[in-house]
Ligand binder design. Structure first.
Ligand SMILES: Nc1ncnc2c1ncn2[C@@H]1O[C@H](COP(=O)(O)OP(=O)(O)OP(=O)(O)O)[C@@H](O)[C@H]1O
Ligand SMILES: [Mg+2]
Length: 232
């Protein structure tokens, strides 16, 4: 009998994944025959020209969107076998998302933005307070907890988004051009923060980027062109 140890399963495994947007004449074949394995602890850069399929691929890995064909496994679980509620639960617990434009909720305080994913996981605010403040301390923003995010600089807002992605201690963080809206120095410090978290906690990162700085420090570079992975 083979004993499967969940900690040895790859974080994600894609088999012959296809994605088509639309039907017929005007349809776009955004991803073709994607085979990809990402192991625990990787700090992977996903690079390719605009329109090559990076965001589409990240959305499929993160269970935000569904493939038109093929399989996406997350920690051994075939995402196609989950119903919407189970998929939402898996995302809420195991996957953190960071976006180019931060996607913070402007009407909530910094604290409440970071608390939000824990709320989705059923935590009361009092239960979550320590964890939220630890995440904010980790990104150096504990003093700004009660401010609205729009009063912060771009780099600080992206740090709030990093705290929000990390607060639930996910297995995987997916970052879609996280430094794309930051000046190069601020981008570098956000990148360093993500690297530190990768080293300290073993959190796996997949980061789409146009920036050389990300490519230079990544443990692995995944290249995509016209919806196909490039093996070099
Ligand atoms: N919702 C959608 N409906 C139709 N076509 C889409 C949709 N989203 C993406 N596409 C198309 O799929 C292809 C891949 O787009 P995608 O956004 O994944 O590229 P990208 O590599 O993330 O580009 P960028 O670097 O500009 O963010 C493009 O041809 C795009 O036009
Ligand atoms: Mg994109």
């Amino acid at each position: 009998m083979q004993i499967v140890n969940a900690t040895q399963l790859p974080i994600v495994r894609l088999g012959q994944v296809e994605k088509r947007y639309g039907k017929g004449e005007g349809s776009v074949h955004a991803l073709q025959a994607i085979d990809l394995v990402v192991e625990r602890g990787e700090f992977a850069a996903l690079v390719g020209q605009s329109g090559s399929g990076k965001s589409t691929l990240l959305n499929l890995i993160g269970g935000i969107d569904k493939p038109s064909g093929g399989r996406v496994h997350f920690l051994g679980q075939d995402l196609a076998e989950l119903n919407d509620r189970e998929l939402a639960q898996l995302r809420a617990q195991e996957i953190g998302f960071i976006f180019q434009f931060f996607n913070l909720l402007p009407v909530l305080s910094v604290f409440d933005n970071v608390y939000y994913p824990l709320m989705l996981n059923g935590y009361k605010k009092e239960q979550a307070r320590r964890q939220v403040m630890q995440a904010l301390e980790r990104v150096g923003l504990e003093k700004h907890a009660m401010r609205p995010p729009l009063e912060l600089s771009g780099g600080q807002q992206q740090r709030v988004a990093i705290a929000r992605a990390l607060v639930k201690k996910p297995a995987l963080v997916i970052a879609d051009e996280p430094t794309g809206n930051l000046d190069s120095e601020t981008g570098r410090s956000v990148l360093e923060l993500m690297q530190e978290i990768n080293r300290e906690n073993g959190t796996t990162f997949i980061i789409s980027t146009h920036a050389d700085s990300v490519r230079d420090v990544a443990s692995r570079v995944i290249r995509i062109a016209d919806g196909k992975l490039q093996h070099v």
